[in-house]
Design a protein around this ligand. Sequence first.
Ligand code: UD1
Length: 422
Amino acid sequence: MYKYLHIYESPKLSGSVTISGAKNAALPLIASTILSDNDVEMTNVPNVADVKTLLKLLSNLGARYEFDNNKLKINTSSINNTTAVYEIVKTMRASILVLGPLLARFGECKVSLPGGCAIGARPVDLHLKALETMGADIKIQGGYIHAKGKLKGADIVFDKITVTGTENIVMAAALAEGETKIINAAKEPEVVQLCEVLKSAGVEIKGIGSDELIIKGTSKELLKFPPFSIIPDRIEAGTYLCAGAITNSKITIKNAEPEHMESILLKLKTMGFSFEIKEKEITILPAKKITPVNISTTEYPGFPTDMQAQFMAIATQAQGVSTLEERLFENRFMHVPELNRLGANIKIQGKIATVYGPTKLYGADVMATDLRASSALVLAGLIAKGETKVHRIYHLFRGYENLLDKFKSLGAKMELKEEPLP
Ligand code: UD1
């Protein structure tokens, strides 16, 4: 049996939804607990498949944890194995986040190479080069990264801005001997939270939130984490705002961080939507007319690649021609043929997708291909006439907590159904 999401046309939404903790902040922060041998407690941890995968990986290494009600208590003092196995890493590329902290704490580790993924080659060469600059000896054997060595602070220039690459090196530098400078560091709010938590755990870090980080290592002295709470998920928040936008409805998202969402809010504004913003709450108000938009994905604070697919779904309803340029990943338009199956008129030329709106959408069977592409299909399913079945729905559960209940609380009609395997 396999699960699919059955969506019934839900042209108007209303009400409010509470945003969960950010998956992309939780993952590096969970990996960073390897840098401590004390209990670490964190709250607002999203109960999503990717988080559970990383916890499985850590428990496979010997760590102990309790995860209940979005509260995680974890202790990695019992780690007795430093091999991150292929069977787990292959299901989630972000498993590479254990490489830096394992090497920094134990002086050696083996981490399976993540391999390809649906949205492109996504190599980890920059992570490896930076660790080599810090003195690691790295060999690739049998599909595994074998890393060894005592890490020393170094000056590192990232040739490309990489989120998990920056996080890996910040964690490695935390226990290294001496000072590490990272030039061209990622500035995503999730990177910022990792740095702030590590700082509160005893690591001196300068330049937090800028593209140049200076980390003074503790020379192997392990860290002591005070309890902390994971920041709100700006991509989940953005996705629900897009649900309001595509149905042209007034809805409210709670427990969001508007400051992290400026580019998303600005693009929705150029499309004709307006907002009421209170401290942690954003209400989207309907547009008189949905205006086309031009978007280029880029690093934070630019427009996030993780919101490109959802905006493409809205663009199918805009009065005119929109363009979406994908600059980070080479294969991140797999939702396009699926949106076209629903009746959209989208053409791809290289890195640019051109959306000819407005088009009426009609329910159909569609295939989810990756996490964010699947959310675009759910959004389109809300306004498609009739019924839409989104297959391979497991992609969605990697990153959206309680997706079904949250959409239902906004008045959307959808059900999780099972079908025998063909
Ligand atoms: C993270 C996010 C993901 C988001 C992406 C871009 C997590 C767990 N995932 O992924 O949701 O879509 O940032 O915002 O936080 N690159 C290399 N060599 C490397 C590393 C990266 O060439 O060693 C390239 C990638 O192929 C890509 C670009 O750099 O073209 C940016 O990727 P990166 O920021 O590393 O993405 P992730 O950290 O994997």
